[in-house]
Design a protein. Structure first.
Length: 314
């Protein structure tokens, strides 16, 4: 069967969510609304459970229900994918005649099927992620978006807090190119207009988007889409461990993605500033340090110091 018939057209989740996409932006240029003014475009952007947030690990509550995830078909090597931009992000999605990759476990109720991935970045590698850890940005942030199997379509899920499960993976600068993303990076220049597509060469298993280790170490909180309409329908999981891209790959993402035509400026910045946590709690799968053991060790050291001091004074 030919690839063109095996892989169907991509789904535009961001475009579905951003019904007022022509009136908002990340910079406020060209008479658009900057992030601080998004509530005037989409009132939900001023809600109480907005994303992204700053995560403070020392203040996250341990939850033993946050177990390891089950990744189904994540290792499957999909022979072709498509990616496109809706003028706000680079995104990847595919639709095959076989079972879509999915996630379950990890404290989620039910199974969530993969819909798309997209990447947020900034003008430099010093600041590009949407979420921050202890107020620190990463070079970029990759989002794996999954829809709850209980909903047939994204539209059906709107208004439900369990609609989406999004995995946020930080991208940090590495010394070498990440070969898993080479075909995606190479095809970026083919995307020159809003909604345009390019077929990636090679194979692209979703497992390549995840860190090699510690997939069971993460933070969880209830939040929203990070673009208008900012629907508060996301169970967010931010993994502790990052993946790595070379500086050259990140620079290609920043400078070669043209979404307003071949003569347009590149998409240099597409991350929303962090939003107030308000009354929400961030949970974590990481067990807290045993304070009792730390206290015993501290007491022993203190006592030994006091004894040595007494000996010197004798």
């Amino acid at each position: 069967m030919a690839l063109s018939s095996y892989f169907v057209a991509f789904i535009s989740l961001i475009a579905l969510a951003a019904s007022e996409g022509a009136t908002w932006s990340y910079t406020g240029d060209h008479d658009t609304k900057a992030p601080a003014d998004w509530p005037s475009v989409a009132p939900l952007c001023g809600g109480n459970s907005q994303s992204p947030i700053n995560i403070i690990p020392s203040e996250a509550d341990y939850d033993d229900d946050l177990t390891a995830f089950t990744f189904t078909n994540y290792d499957k090597e999909n022979p072709a994918t498509f990616y496109a931009s809706n003028a706000h992000a680079l995104k990847v999605t595919f639709n095959t005649s076989q079972e879509m990759p999915s996630i379950s476990g990890g404290g989620l109720v039910g199974t969530y099927r993969f819909m798309q991935l997209h990447i947020h970045h900034g003008k430099s590698s010093a600041k590009g992620s949407e979420h921050t850890i202890n107020a620190m940005h990463y070079a970029a942030e990759l989002h794996l978006v999954h829809l709850n199997n209980k909903y047939a379509t994204f539209e059906d899920s709107l208004g439900n807090s369990d609609a989406l499960a999004v995995l946020g993976i930080m991208i940090e600068v590495g010394e070498e190119d990440n070969a898993n993303f080479s075909s995606l990076i190479a095809a970026i220049p083919e995307v020159t207009e809003d909604g345009s597509m390019a077929e990636m060469t090679g194979k692209f298993p979703l497992r390549a988007c995840l860190p090699e280790d510690d997939l069971d170490v993460y933070y969880r909180y209830p939040g929203s889409l990070t673009t208008p309409d900012c629907n508060e329908i996301v169970q967010w999981t931010v993994l502790k461990e990052p993946i790595y891209w070379s500086e050259a790959q990140l620079q290609a993402l920043r400078t070669k993605l043209l979404v307003g035509g071949a003569d347009s400026d590149p998409l240099l910045l597409n991350f929303r500033p962090v939003q107030p946590l308000k009354s929400r709690k961030v949970k974590t799968s990481m067990k807290p340090v045993d304070d009792g053991a730390s206290g015993v060790a501290f007491s022993f050291i203190t006592m030994a110091t006091m004894l040595l001091s007494a000996l010197f004074l004798m």
